[in-house]
Design a protein around this ligand. Structure first.
Ligand code: GUN
Length: 287
């Protein structure tokens, strides 16, 4: 079997066009564009690319995008002040503080400070808790993008065995919740899990979000499985690759996401959609 390659780039383009239409309708109705403010502290090269792409994509969809580049020496208090100012600004619908933050800043304190109604990452305890309670509001964009890709693959999630490798608040935990909400039988594996290869071999749906280059081997993949690769790593040769050995896994999977061009573009499209949703909520159009 050779897997169907799930083209996240094409799917994201279609999704972004739909969001742009929604944004145009919002502007007609409310006389202002939704506003997304992306805050980055320090100069992590990957974060630099991600945040610039987020701002660019926002603007392409008609969303007012602002990127705040703060120096690495920014204190936690200064960052909290910036978040408070964005919370108070009525023109701001979405606030995204890019992670990771420099070590002297406690990310939990910063996330806790973000207004839940502007938390387009879905990272605040309230939004994460609502998702866990089966009442999703603003949902983390990477897992949301993964769900769209599973839909694109025509995956039957009802009763399916889904394995999520990775337990981060950004991907693993919300991903597991979204799969559970769709009635999958969900297992969360992580760096301490025993017999990971065996767990993988049982999975009809495999979501890898560990951040280790090609850690999931081709023969770990159950024949006919759908594989979603959230990883974005560089191998020993400096080549961009995912958490899954894509070429080998594609020999067994029914469908698989490439890296790059799979999950990444869908994440950004979802961020735009969630920003529009936050704007609509705040404008009172949807409650
Ligand atoms: N760092 C890596 N992914 C993300 C994300 O989805 N949101 C934020 N804020 N930081 C990240």
């Amino acid at each position: 079997m050779t897997a169907r390659i799930l083209n996240g780039k094409a799917a994201a383009e279609a999704y972004r066009t739909k969001v742009a239409e929604g944004v145009a309708a919002f502007v007609r109705e409310h006389g202002r564009a939704p506003g997304l403010e992306v805050v980055m502290v320090g100069d992590d090269p990957a974060s630099d690319v991600y945040t610039r792409n987020k701002k660019k994509a926002a603007e392409a969809a008609g969303i007012r995008g602002v990127l705040h580049r703060l120096p690495a020496e920014t204190s936690e208090a200064e960052l909290l002040l910036r978040v408070a100012a964005l919370n108070a600004d009525p023109a701001v619908d979405g606030i995204l503080v890019q992670l990771p933050l420099p070590r002297h800043i406690d990310p939990d304190r910063v996330i806790d400070a973000i207004d839940c109604d502007k938390d387009v990452d879905g990272f605040t305890p309230k939004n994460a808790g609502l998702l866990a309670s089966g009442r999703p509001n603003l949902v983390a964009c990477t897992p949301k993008g993964c769900m769209h890709l599973l839909e694109l693959a025509g995956t039957d999630l009802l009763g399916a065995r889904a394995l999520v490798i990775g337990r981060s608040n950004i991907v693993g935990k919300p991903m597991a919740q979204l799969l559970l909400a769709r009635h999958a039988t969900v297992t969360i594996a992580h760096s301490r899990s025993r017999d990971l290869a065996d767990l993988c071999r049982e999975a009809d749906v495999l979501v890898a979000a560990v951040g280790r280059a090609r850690m999931v081997k081709g023969d770990w993949v159950k024949p006919g499985a759908v594989v979603i690769d959230v990883g974005m790593n560089r191998d020993a040769d400096g080549k961009l690759c995912g958490d899954v050995d894509t070429a080998a896994a594609a020999e067994r999977a029914a469908a698989i996401t490439p890296v790059p061009g799979g999950v990444g573009p869908m994440t950004i499209a979802c961020l735009l959609d969630i920003t529009l949703l936050a704007a609509r909520h705040r404008a009172g159009a949807v409650r």
